[in-house]
Design a protein around this ligand. Sequence first.
Ligand SMILES: O=C(O)CCC(=O)C(=O)O
Length: 285
Amino acid sequence: MAQGMHTHEDGTKTVGSFSLEAAKVRPELRSGIDKPYFESLLTQLNENGYVIIEKLISTEAVEKIKEEMLGFMEYDGRNDFEGYKTRRMYSVIERSFACNPLIDHPLILALLDSVLMQNYLLSQMQAINVYPGEVRQPLHHDDSFYPIARPRAPLGAATIWAIDDFKADNGATMVLPKSHSWGDRQPTDIDPDELIPAVMPAGSVVFFLGTTWHCAGANNTDQPRMAVTAQYCEPWARQQENFSLSISKERAKLCSDEIQSMLGYSMLYPFIGFVNGRDPKRLLK
Ligand SMILES: O=C(O)CCC(=O)C(=O)O
């Protein structure tokens, strides 16, 4: 059934008779998005590997998210990466729908449309609360666990939403501009000043490519810093969180079509993701 990928002389890629380029949604087809504004975001994303979009959700939405997430964040991290003074909540959708408008925000979907193939997936989602005294997280890029050498196109993209104001000293996500285009270079030789804190008011988001090096900053203040991250991957890549097991069908049924699709109730036609040879979306009917 499976056939190898073939790159043609004009650069188009096919798997058997299936065109990978044709599988991309055209962002201009999404309605209600201001084209010049969107193009400016895309230019920043492609040039720097990240883009900050300020105040994309309301103060009320931010407050609701904060209140609901705090109730579930009881345990400190278990290693350097999670952060010993950081609390995380996984399987968010199983416990709360407050973050759903972040996952399928139209502007975020439009950016994803231009980076990933149609029917891209939610790879993982977490609320992350960085407490006072936390040190800087190790630098990483989010698609590093897929064993495919760099330089290459990103295999995913991520959002980190500020639920508290992100400040230079309270743990704001730090990004390494232009690191998305690095090859196998590791960030061992960087000047710390090259790391840019994603300073932004609550309700804003930093969107970056799976190849962009970044980390949570140190929290040198006396207040926690909350974020929500939704990370997405190509529809042929394995999701980090096994949503088929962690999010019940009953909860998935209450999500939007887009979120259902991103949880895994979708296919990359013709052969990836089927259940009994057919589109798994039927299971939610
Ligand atoms: O909390 C943050 O600002 C970044 C966290 C992060 O990159 C991660 O845990 O993968």
